[in-house]
Design a protein around this ligand. Structure first.
Ligand SMILES: Nc1ncnc2c1ncn2[C@@H]1O[C@H](COP(=O)(O)OP(=O)(O)OP(=O)(O)O)[C@@H](O)[C@H]1O
Length: 256
């Protein structure tokens, strides 16, 4: 049995980066895909300004543009119109190498589909995050981060030997081990049971409190209750933006 996520799990922060704080700004951002004669608009004229160290949840139905939004902020995709800035750096105008540097040192991702390396163990996957970000003592960082998500006992297991939820926790640990100041998570609790999901949310919350700017995509309205701010997307537009109704709830109050 894997260990549960530790209640005392500490956020992983590279103080030299997080202390600088990193805000995210989108101005008039659209993303359109052209497929033959058809144009699909994934995002339309989105303006969004996120403060450093905020814990933001992006809500919306399937196809509303949530993943597209994260991909643009994380420099995995380029806007068709408008400007995306991360920590003041214009991602839209950045060269390929500048975008690669941003992905290494500023923004880390938890993907919906995990994207773990099948030939690396859980620990090696997590250490990869720390190595790519150039962290000193990458091995120790990886070990403590993996323990923080309750998987110290699975360090030498390969992804195919782990359950979906365990793979998700390795993916989260890999993103945390970078120590990057912006964390983007696409449905990070989708594969997790209630208790593990709540513990992971708590870890992400603490990460934001320690200085990381955290944006979490979800379908789950209950998760949104723990955010500082909830942004709702519908058909590529922001249709609501503000604190959760009733104010921010502690993670311990969640039910799902
Ligand atoms: N590479 C692509 N080519 C064409 N259309 C795309 C592409 N990527 C996304 N889209 C379209 O853009 C819209 C938004 O997609 P996106 O993946 O951002 O939605 P989402 O809210 O993340 O959905 P889900 O919750 O199902 O993951 C959808 O209509 C989708 O079909």
């Amino acid at each position: 049995m894997a260990q549960p996520v530790r209640d005392d799990a500490k956020p992983v922060v590279d103080a030299s980066r997080a202390a600088a704080g990193t805000r995210v700004d989108l101005d008039g951002v659209s993303r359109r895909y052209r497929i033959g004669d058809v144009t699909v608009t994934a995002l339309e004229q989105v303006d969004l300004h996120v403060d450093e160290a905020a814990f933001v949840v992006i809500l919306g139905p399937s196809g509303s543009g949530k993943t597209t939004l994260l991909n643009l902020i994380g420099a995995l995709d380029v806007a068709t119109e408008g400007r995306v800035r991360v920590g003041g750096q214009d991602v839209t105008a950045a060269s390929r190498s500048e975008r690669a540097r941003l992905r290494r040192h500023t923004v880390s991702f938890v993907f919906q589909s995990f994207n773990l390396f099948p030939g690396l163990t859980a620990l090696e996957n997590v250490q990869f995050g720390a190595d790519v970000a150039g962290r000193a003592q990458a091995r120790q960082t990886a070990e403590s981060t993996l323990a923080g998500v309750g998987l110290a006992g699975r360090a030498n297991h390969f992804p195919h030997q782990l359950s979906g939820g365990e793979q998700q926790r390795v993916a989260i640990a890999r993103a945390l081990a970078t120590g990057n100041p912006v964390l983007l998570a696409d449905e990070p609790t989708g594969e997790l049971d209630f208790r593990t999901g709540v513990a992971i949310l708590d870890l992400l919350r603490k990460q934001a409190e320690a200085g990381t700017t955290v944006l979490v995509v979800t379908h789950n309205r209950e998760i949104a209750r723990v955010a500082d701010r909830v942004i709702e997307l519908s058909s590529g537009h922001i249709v609501a933006d503000g604190p959760p109704p009733g104010g921010r709830a502690p993670v311990s109050e969640l039910h799902w």
